[in-house]
Design a binder for this molecule. Structure first.
Ligand SMILES: Cc1ncc(COP(=O)(O)O)c(C=O)c1O
Length: 484
């Protein structure tokens, strides 16, 4: 006893001594009214200073865990009851207690069941931003600026709808993209993902059916399924949805919503053409199917002409719910996204947000706001875009060289999509590449039905060095050649 205290560097030593003694008391190692060693003895046993023991004893006395008898020493309080002695060792099988929602969420969890990368591998699985590009100095300055202005307010509860200055900034940002905000409002969310979950939870199920691109963002498929939507996928063409198929589906069945990623779609990287955008809105209006637009990647354009979000083509119309996020463009660790939609819908979403999480961290929101309003965004974006564009071009060059038989898509964003000839099964290719230290995401992950996309892969390049882009794609190319 006592000599097994393991000190760490992250907390004051007297607190660690106090916690050690408290744990001993709670576990029954020290009994009520038992005399504690003198401060001198304990300091020798624990190899810490006597003043540290004095401080620890003072803290324990203040908490009522020990008492001092003048001239005799310190004793364990009678109030202490060993929790171990009275513990009721109640065992439940939690796997039998969880809901279908929890079971499905676990089954669809790619982080647990996907093709994750191991240390030292060349991994093309991530589509997160490259943290080496983050302008930490400006983030730190923004944090200090905002804290010194209103730190006390920021640390208290905030408002469910969001941090007002950020809401105003984002409304203006969306107006600059051509969005008519008449009759619309904003809600700040924990990224796209929470916003999507809120919207899906807010919509009444009439047909219980939803439309989406096929393939599409895996997290969106997961959330739609968790909300019990039956999904119909529409094939992707090089310029966006197959409109014939879309119109046929709309004519045949009623749908509650359509989830669409019109710019730098995940996983295909496709940007829907202006003509198709107009036609999609026309069709959805005709069949009265609300659109949920995911605008996560709009800023990461490397070539082609500027594209506006679908919501910018809606004028005062309110049939579209826009979900924005800075997770790719800025910092996904700040879980900040936003919803722009009809004010009546936002009103409900605000109450749902309050019921679920009260509000998005005001610290995150205000830090982001200060960073943006200090004028850092444009500078950062310029730098990030230049760097990603360079990597994008390098990856395209290497793919063309080492995988000439493949079709490549992706006009921006942080990934490319590769279609192999049908005889190449990318799950088998992945297994063979993994042995050689290279991983990627097999494209079937993003398709709605088993058996689809078996010869496709998504290649995330944002966090891979130039050298590893070259090496990794060369290895994939050599592996394919050896398999054919
Ligand atoms: C299609 C799509 N939308 C949105 C996001 C961003 O989600 P969040 O804002 O929750 O980080 C991602 C991230 O990978 C994505 O692929």
């Amino acid at each position: 006893m006592y000599s097994d205290l393991h000190l760490t560097e992250d907390r004051p030593v007297y607190i660690q001594v106090k916690d050690y003694l408290k744990r001993l008391m709670l576990k029954g190692g020290l009994q009520p009214n038992q005399k504690l060693p003198s401060t001198r003895e304990l300091s020798t046993l624990m190899k810490v200073s006597r003043s540290t023991i004095l401080l620890a004893y003072a803290e324990l006395e203040e908490e009522g865990l020990i008492y001092a008898l003048k001239g005799k020493g310190n004793y364990v309080s009678t109030l202490i009851e060993s929790q171990q002695a009275t513990a009721i060792h109640w065992q439940l099988d939690w796997t039998a207690e969880v809901s279908d929602y929890a079971i499905q969420a676990e089954q669809y969890d790619l982080m647990k069941h996907g093709s994750g990368a191991e240390r030292g591998e060349i991994s093309f699985t991530s589509i997160a931003p490259d943290e080496k590009l983050f302008d930490l100095q400006n983030v730190k300055r923004a944090f200090l600026d905002r804290m010194s202005l209103e730190g006390e307010v920021l640390l208290n509860y905030g408002y469910a709808q969001g941090y007002k200055p950020l809401m105003n900034y984002l409304m203006n940002y969306m107006e600059n993209k051509g969005v008519d905000l008449t009759g619309k409002d904003i809600l700040i969310t924990n990224g796209f993902t929470e916003g999507f979950d809120l919207v899906l939870g807010a919509l009444r199920k009439k047909s219980g059916k939803a439309l989406c691109e096929n393939p599409t963002h895996h997290t969106a498929i997961k959330n739609l399924k968790l909300h019990q939507f039956q999904l119909t996928g529409i094939d992707m063409e090089p310029d966006g949805l197959d409109l014939k198929q879309l119109e046929q589906e709309l004519a045949e069945s009623a749908y509650d919503l359509a989830y669409l990623v019109p710019s730098y779609h995940n996983p295909t990287g496709i940007v829907t053409s202006p003509a198709k955008r107009t036609e999609i809105i026309r069709l959805m209006n005709e069949y009265q199917v609300p659109i949920i637009e995911d605008g996560f990647n709009e800023e990461l354009r490397y070539s082609g002409s500027h594209v506006s979000p679908l919501i910018a083509s809606m004028g005062k119309g309110n049939g579209l719910v826009y979900l924005g996020s800075f997770s790719k463009v800025l910092f996904p660790g700040l879980r900040v996204g936003w919803i722009i939609a009809d004010a009546a819908l936002i009103d409900y979403l605000e109450s749902m947000k309050r019921a679920r999480s009260i509000h998005t961290s005001t610290l995150d929101q205000s830090l982001l706001y200060q960073y943006l309003s200090n004028g850092n965004f444009e500078k950062y974006l310029k730098r990030a875009r230049t760097e990603y564009k360079r990597k994008y071009e390098l990856a395209v060059h290497c793919l063309k060289r080492h995988l000439p038989m493949c079709q490549i898509s992706g006009a921006g964003g942080l990934h490319l999509f590769v279609q192999f000839p049908p005889e190449v099964r990318t799950r088998e290719l992945l297994a063979a590449c993994k042995v050689k230290g290279v991983t990627f995401t097999p494209g079937d992950t993003f398709y709605l039905e088993p058996g689809q996309g078996l010869h496709t892969m998504r290649l995330g390049f944002s966090r891979v060095s130039d050298e590893n882009i070259r090496k990794g794609i060369r290895i994939i190319g050599e592996t394919v050649a050896s398999m054919m």
